[in-house]
Design a protein around this ligand. Structure first.
Ligand SMILES: C[S@@+](CC[C@H](N)C(=O)[O-])C[C@H]1O[C@@H](n2cnc3c(N)ncnc32)[C@H](O)[C@@H]1O
Length: 274
C-alpha cells in the first residue's frame, strides 16, 4: 500500500465554502484536490493500492481509500464536492461519507500513531531532505507532504523523528511530488518483477567487475552471473570462467552502448582472451 498524508493548513473544515472558489474561500482546497488526483488517477483507471489522508487545520482528517473509492473524476471541482459532502458528516468518530471516503476529528499525532500501528514507514517529503537517489524507499511507505505552504513549527516538532527525503532543490507542487513518487515506485516494482537480461559476457571476473563498476558510474545496476558450475570446473580453463553481466531490460540498450564505447568493440563479443 502507498500512503500519502497531506497537511492542509488553511483548508476549510466546514462545508460552507464555494465550489467555484477553491483557492479562496476553501483555503487552497484546490491544492489538495490536485494531490488527490495525482495519487489515485491513471488514464481511464484508478490506483487501488493507495490511501490519501488529508489533515485539515490539524483538526479534521479525511481519508480516501483507493480500494473502495467511487465517483472520483479528474476535475478538481467534483473532487472538492466529495470533500464538501464529507465535511457535512463530520463528527468525533470516523464515518463514511461516500464509498471510500471517511471523515473524523483527528490531529497529526493520532495520524502518526495509526500509521505506526499499521506498520507503515513514514517519510517526510522536504526540499532539504536527503536526495531520494541515496534513500531506499521502504516497503509500505507513508509520505508526508505539506500543501502550498511549508510545514508549520508544530508539524516539524511532531514529525522531527521521521526521515526527510528530497526530490531535488527545486520547490515542487504537492501533486508533482506524488507523481514523481509513483513513477519511482512503479519502476521499482517493475524491476523487482522482471528477470534481468544478458547484456555482456567476459572470461574473467576482474573484467566483469570492471564493467560492473563502469555501469554503476552511469547509475545502471547489474548482476554478475558465472555459468560454470563450481563443483564441475572450479575456475574453468586457464583460470578463466565465463561471467555474464545482467541488467534490467530498461537499461539494456544504454548499458550495451556504454560497454561498446568503453571497449570500442561489439558488446556481445564472446572471444576468449589469449
Ligand atoms: C508547494 S510545496 C511547499 C511550499 C514551499 N516550500 C514554499 O513555501 O515555497 C509543497 C510540499 O511539497 C513537498 N515538496 C516540494 N518540493 C519538494 C522537493 N523538491 N523535494 C521534496 N519534497 C518537496 C514538500 O512536502 C512541500 O511541503
Amino acid at each position: 500500500m502507498r500512503r500519502f498524508v497531506i497537511l492542509g493548513h488553511k483548508a476549510a473544515i466546514s462545508p460552507e465554502f464555494n465550489l467555484s472558489d477553491l483557492p479562496g474561500s476553501a483555503g487552497r482546497l484546490d491544492v489538495l484536490c490536485r494531490a488527490i488526483g495525482a495519487a489515485f488517477l491513471l488514464s481511464h483507471d484508478l490506483r487501488r493500492d493507495v490511501e490519501v489522508t488529508l489533515l485539515l487545520q490539524d483538526r479534521v482528517q479525511i481519508r480516501l481509500l483507493g480500494k473502495q473509492l467511487r465517483h472520483l473524476n479528474p476535475d478538481e471541482r467534483s473532487t472538492a464536492a466529495l470533500l464538501k459532502h464529507a465535511l457535512e458528516k463530520l463528527g468525533e468518530e470516523e464515518v463514511r461519507s461516500t464509498p471510500g471516503i471517511f471523515i473524523a476529528q483527528r490531529s497529526l499525532p493520532s495520524i502518526l500513531d495509526r500509521l505506526w500501528q499499521l506498520q507503515a514507514h513514514s517519510v517526510i517529503l522536504h526540499e532539504q531532505g536527503i536526495p531520494i537517489d541515496s534513500f531506499s524507499i521502504p516497503s509500505n511507505p507513508a509520505f508526508f507532504l505539506s500543501d502550498h505552504s511549508d510545514f508549520s513549527a508544530d508539524d516539524e516538532k511532531t514529525l522531527s523523528r521521521l526521515p526527510r527525503v528530497s526530490l531535488g532543490s527545486q520547490g515542487l507542487h504537492t501533486s508533482q511530488c506524488i507523481t514523481i513518487l509513483h513513477y519511482l515506485l512503479d519502476r521499482r516494482d517493475q524491476d523487482e518483477s522482471e528477470d534481468l537480461v544478458l547484456c555482456h559476457k567476459v572470461w574473467a571476473e576482474t573484467q566483469a567487475k570492471l564493467i560492473q563498476g563502469l555501469l554503476a558510474d552511469f547509475h545502471i545496476p547489474s548482476n554478475l552471473v558465472t555459468q560454470v558450475p563450481p563443483s564441475v570446473l572450479p575456475m574453468a580453463i586457464n583460470g578463466l570462467a565465463e561471467v555474464q553481466i545482467k541488467v534490467c531490460l530498461r537499461d539494456l540498450a544504454r548499458a550495451k552502448e556504454i560497454i561498446a564505447d568503453y571497449f570500442q568493440e561489439e558488446p556481445l563479443s564472446e572471444s576468449i582472451p589469449e
